[in-house]
Ligand binder design. Structure first.
Ligand code: ZN
Length: 163
């Protein structure tokens, strides 16, 4: 399906050229998190503002630099989780990582990824589906998941602090 791959490439390039939610937030109240993918040299600086009274990701900003996959993925992540509840953000993290690993496990021939597919049930990935082409290049999966791992770390820190 060349048509679909072209569409996916367009979406990725659009986010790479016009990244969403670029910038910084004052720390505190925002939390600053940094992620690094040594395999490719991608860096992400994530400013995360979680409103504890409503349990939502009230704002976030993204900085850093790296390859088109890492930058597009962080832009898509920001657009997807901004304004969402922490629970919804976690669900998106799981769904996105499942999207990446389903293909990974199929490539490696161990299982058909049914458990992972369950994580995707009822989750709207939207533009994020454009990144599934990345799994054909396993070394690039870490580029795509960098922003998500950094976000997960930020949400975990948040729970520790409010516990
Ligand atoms: Zn990369």
């Amino acid at each position: 399906m060349a048509g679909l791959e072209d569409l996916y490439r367009e979406i990725i390039l659009d986010h790479y050229r016009s990244p969403r939610n670029r910038g910084e937030l004052p720390v505190p109240p925002a939390r600053k998190l940094e992620g690094f993918n040594p395999l490719c040299g991608d860096e992400i600086v994530l400013y995360l503002d979680v409103d504890d009274s409503t349990g939502t990701v009230s704002d976030l900003r993204i900085g850093g630099q790296g390859c088109s996959i890492s930058q597009a993925s962080s832009s898509m992540m920001g657009a997807a989780v901004r304004g969402k509840t922490v629970a919804e953000a976690r669900q998106l993290i799981r769904a996105f990582k499942a999207l990446m690993s389903i293909h990974e496990s199929r490539l490696e021939g161990d299982g058909d990824g049914d458990d992972l597919a369950a994580e995707l049930q009822g989750v709207k990935l939207g533009d994020l589906e454009a990144l599934q082409g990345v799994v054909k290049f396993p070394v690039r999966i870490k580029c795509a998941t960098l922003a998500w791992n950094t976000l997960a770390q930020g949400l975990d820190d948040d729970q520790l602090q409010s516990a």
